[in-house]
Design a protein around this ligand. Structure first.
Ligand SMILES: O=C(O)CCC(=O)C(=O)O
Ligand SMILES: [Fe+2]
Length: 210
């Protein structure tokens, strides 16, 4: 093996790369007009991206009101509004590729990026729909890129009339929730019983969807 070939092999392994989306995304239709698109290993060679985000993102504890108390949510957060520079050029490229791929169906760009850091198996997100803003009343899309330790994303219908669905999100995977998903279904990342290393989730949303 020549030195140059070795270098190029290392290069692909070490440089996070977006692979093409067209023709590689598998859609699952759910009852009530919701759907899930899945593209395993969308980002190849994602290890350095994961490390960079762990370091570079200003992670902070989020909080929410629970009755008369304010409690920390069980994960760390960072939110990038429209026009905020993202913490890594690959996250910008991913957002733009998603905007392009879904342009006809979505009719508007993905503009914001919410980041979550699940530090270990005890971190989680409880059952919810992204229903702040238009998510409560209109069809929209939320695209999630998952990095690090695989965790399942669970979905259950609000009407309780069909079984909970499980999508395993691995390192570099893309999952897109679309149609009525935020209104007619809820999603969650459950705690795990077994110790786990960290996971980072990046959620891209259109204007005024949270
Ligand atoms: O961690 C994830 O992939 C999902 C996070 C989520 O549902 C949210 O932040 O609204
Ligand atoms: Fe969510």
């Amino acid at each position: 093996m020549t030195g140059a070939f070795q270098a190029s092999l290392l290069d692909t392994a070490d440089t996070p790369t977006l692979t093409p989306l067209a023709g590689t995304v598998r859609r699952t239709h759910l009852p009530h007009g919701a759907w899930i698109d899945l593209r395993p290993s969308w980002i190849a060679g994602a290890d350095p991206l994961f490390e960079r985000l762990l370091d570079a993102v200003p992670w902070h504890a989020g909080s929410r009101r629970m009755y008369d108390r304010v409690v920390d949510v069980p994960r760390l957060l960072a939110f990038y509004r429209e026009h905020d520079p993202l913490p890594d050029p690959l996250l910008t490229a991913a957002r733009d590729a998603l905007t392009e791929h879904y342009a006809l169906e979505l009719g508007e760009p993905f503009t914001t990026a919410g980041l979550c850091l699940y530090r270990d198996h005890r971190d989680s997100v409880a059952w919810h729909g992204d229903q702040t803003g238009r998510g409560a009343t209109e069809d929209t899309m939320i695209a999630i890129v998952s990095l690090g330790t695989p965790r399942p994303l669970l979905l259950r219908p609000r009407a309780g009339d069909s079984p909970t669905r499980r999508f395993d999100l691995g390192h570099g995977d893309l999952l897109v929730m679309g149609g009525t998903c935020q209104r007619t279904w809820e999603h969650a990342i459950p705690k795990s019983a077994r110790p786990q290393s960290p996971r980072i989730s990046i959620q891209y949303r259109p204007h005024n969807v949270r």
